[in-house]
Design a protein around this ligand. Structure first.
Ligand code: BG6
Length: 501
């Protein structure tokens, strides 16, 4: 793997939670695994007054060092206080970067990571440009913008316009950490490196696609943010639709940023808009209520700190939609996500049409259950194919069995954290796993009418579901006929017999 050029990573929002939980640990892993060049530095910035040493001290609390603090790593970390509104502070930032550059023998390759509240996503890049820190004549200047990219379609469009005033599209890296997950990338390999799947990956053989991203946690102290967001903005607009894009796209010509993002864009352009009169039936929203989980009393969403006591924010969404193109015409896509569900699991279920001729009938019922391919994103990452076999003995009794692959079987292979992969890709100038501006807008275009209907039409219900259950009953009604959602367990193939949640 190519090591990126020497660089400085500037983290805005360095005293925040994301820096602590994800960014610094990811950069440290890249460092210990020798993916970073000998010359690099991290400059944390935020409003908090801290010295370099105080920031380094904080960092030691974020990382588990196997053999005591790693002084070599800590020596690469610096800190600068900033008032995000003050032009002068960006000039001081430039001076500081210049000093580091000269002292550490690093060219002016700067990655600016915006891990701040979203209202600063246009201001910081603009002020960096004011200090000429966007010009690439002396080295690369790249921005990583955290989610949410906009709070609705209009704000996403405005943010794109504002960024593109000073930066080229290829300097802007809009992060969606789901694309950094090894198993999400494996979706492309499963589809396009195997001869057996692609010929049947279409409306002639697939009866439906189902994507679940369930979380057992609630809002965990993020009530203030979440209550203005909700599951549609927090998970569907980005993570779930990106997975839909990878499941449904046409094979790209090459594995390269624009080729792949172009195919995802075509999928988003083919999403059939959900008409206002269909929203109540095709999109179910829910909110968790107080209950008892495994004997422990659990608060409802409205009792969470930072949440309005009369909040109508959804903590659960299930929806049905169609992709109007040759490959997917008529195939329903069902997606759902929620907080305080029974377990944490993300998986994609491809359900194939049953065998057309019913040879094996028992008690008047067809026995061939449809084949399913389950692509497990997390946990117990792997693939599961469900198919029918003959039960040994007299007659022809058919049973469904599992053929499974678990990443854990690969021995001591450790799946890198999503942020490791994404930060490394950005440092190498590879935007394949980042969202392009137009695809982000296309995803907003699809969900905006739903958000509008929810805020304008008080007759569209928000259903309560007890914390620790699989969401409102009404979401079962989305599925056609006798179909049900697959209710996944923690372990990929433990279904039917014993299920650990
Ligand atoms: C984040 C959302 O983008 O994704 C969180 O803001 C959510 O609300 C998280 O919990 C889920 O990510 P993961 O990687 O734990 O599935």
């Amino acid at each position: 793997m190519k090591i990126p050029d020497p660089h400085i990573i500037v983290i805005f929002g360095a005293s925040g939670d994301l820096t602590k939980r994800k960014l610094i640990p990811a950069i440290y892993q890249l460092f210990v695994n020798n993916h970073l060049p000998a010359h690099f530095a991290i400059l944390g910035t935020s409003r908090t007054l801290l010295t370099d040493d105080e920031f380094r001290q904080r960092i030691t609390e974020f990382i588990t060092f196997p053999e005591g603090p790693d002084l070599k790593f800590l020596s690469k970390i610096y800190y600068q206080t900033i008032d995000y509104d003050r032009n002068d502070d960006y000039i001081s930032l430039k001076t500081r970067l210049n000093d580091l550059k000269i002292n550490l023998n690093i060219p002016a390759n700067y990655l600016f990571y915006l891990s701040t509240p979203p209202n600063l996503y246009d201001q910081i890049p603009e002020k960096l440009a004011f200090a000429n820190l966007h010009l690439q004549s002396d080295g690369f200047k790249r921005l990583i913008i955290e989610k949410p990219f906009g709070n609705n379609l209009n704000s996403a469009i405005s943010l794109n316009i504002s960024l593109l005033k000073n930066y080229e599209e290829n300097q802007i890296y809009r992060i969606d950490h789901y694309l950094g997950k090894e198993t999400v990338q494996n979706l492309m390999v499963t589809r396009f490196a195997n001869g057996i799947y692609e010929p049947v990956w279409n409306r002639n053989f697939i009866s439906r696609v189902e994507i679940t991203s369930a979380e057992s946690l609630g809002v965990e102290g993020r009530g203030g943010y979440y209550d203005h967001s909700g599951a549609m903005r927090d998970m569907i607009q980005n993570h779930l639709l990106q997975m839909v894009g990878l499941v449904a796209m046409e094979p790209p010509v090459v594995i390269e940023a624009n080729a792949i993002r172009h195919e995802v864009m075509k999928v988003f352009q083919s999403l059939r808009p959900i008409q206002p009169e269909d929203i109540a039936n095709q999109v179910i929203r829910g909110q968790y209520t107080a209950s008892t989980i495994k004997g422990i009393a659990t608060a409802g969403y409205r009792e969470e700190p930072g949440v309005d006591q009369l909040s109508h924010t959804e903590t659960y969404v299930a929806m049905k939609f169609f992709i109007d193109n040759w490959r997917w015409a008529g195939v329903p896509f069902y997606i759902r996500t929620g907080k305080k569900l029974p377990t944490r699991v993300t998986e994609i279920v491809i359900e194939f049409k049953p065998a057309p001729h019913h040879l094996f009938v028992q008690d008047g019922r067809n026995q061939n259950a449809p084949n399913q391919l389950i692509i497990r994103i997390q946990p117990d990452e792997g693939l599961l194919l469900k198919f029918n076999v003959k039960e040994p003995g007299a007659g022809f009794k058919v049973n469904q069995v599992n053929m499974d692959f678990h990443y854990s079987e690969l021995g001591n292979v450790q799946l890198p954290a999503a942020y490791e992969r994404l930060i490394l890709d950005c440092l190498s100038g590879d935007a394949t796993l980042y969202s392009r501006g137009d695809t982000v807008e296309a995803a907003w275009t699809f969900i905006q009418p739903i958000l509008d209907a929810w805020s304008n039409d008080p007759t569209i219900p928000i259903y309560g579901y007890p914390a620790g259950t699989w969401g409102p009953y009404e979401s079962d009604g989305l599925l056609d006929g006798e179909m049900t959602w697959r209710y996944p367990c923690k372990n990929l193939s433990d279904d039917g017999l014993y299920c650990e949640l």
